[in-house]
Design a binder for this molecule. Sequence first.
Ligand SMILES: [Zn+2]
Length: 97
Amino acid sequence: MPLGKEDVQSIRADLADLTLFEAMLKQKGIDGLIIACDDCNEDHRNSWADLIGNMIRLLAGETIAPGHGSSDGTYVTWDWCRGYAAAYSSDVPRYTS
Ligand SMILES: [Zn+2]
């Protein structure tokens, strides 16, 4: 099934986020993301390399297999990364309570 224009845009946005998250977080000892799996209703750990590789395969029109790896390491959620990136970025206004 060919990707629509919006699909491509959203995958590109995810890919940009993942690249940023990996650059920020790998050095902090975070190995990848916990992704909720639609197939088995469980959370799976996906390494940065797997996640980025999957996005690139999607953009190339290939199908991907969901990551079912159980590698050891420290994994965080996508939302956690977004919050971290927002706090990290100097472009984001800092609010004080
Ligand atoms: Zn699964």
